[in-house]
Design a protein. Structure first.
Length: 115
C-alpha cells in the first residue's frame, strides 16, 4: 500500500493555521481558516494533517518552533506547566500538526477555555 501525500490545499491550510495561531487574539474564539471554501478551526486542520509524513518546508518548521518557543518563554508559562506543548520531533506534517495542536491546547488552557 502506497502512503498518500498531503495535498497542496492541506499544505496551505496548515501554513494559514500557523499564521492564524500567531495572530489569535485573547478575546477571540479559536481561529478558523478556509479550506475547500468552508471554515475549519485550526484544531480541525491539525486533525486532517497529522496523518501525513511529508516534509514541512523549513520556513513553516521554523515558524512552528518559534511559536512553541514563545509559549515556553512568554506569558503563557503557567499554562505551559498545566498542558505542556510538545515540540516537533521531526520535519513531518504529522509531527508539526501534533505540535501545533499542543500549542492550541496550551493557549486554550491559558485563556481558560476548553475545546
Amino acid at each position: 500500500m502506497t502512503e498518500q501525500s498531503i495535498s497542496e490545499e492541506l499544505r496551505q491550510a496548515f501554513q494559514n493555521s500557523l499564521a492564524a495561531f500567531h495572530d489569535w487574539d485573547r478575546d477571540g474564539p479559536e481561529p478558523e481558516i478556509s479550506l475547500e471554501s468552508r471554515p475549519y478551526t485550526i484544531s480541525a486542520v491539525c486533525n486532517l494533517v497529522w496523518k501525513f509524513n511529508d516534509e514541512i518546508p523549513n520556513d513553516d518548521y521554523d515558524k512552528l518552533c518559534r511559536l512553541a518557543d514563545n509559549i515556553r518563554h512568554g506569558q503563557m508559562t503557567e499554562a505551559f506547566y498545566q498542558r505542556p506543548p510538545g515540540e516537533p520531533v521531526d520535519h513531518t506534517y504529522a509531527s508539526g500538526a501534533r505540535c501545533l495542536q499542543s500549542l492550541i491546547d496550551c493557549r486554550m488552557a491559558w485563556y481558560g477555555r476548553e475545546r
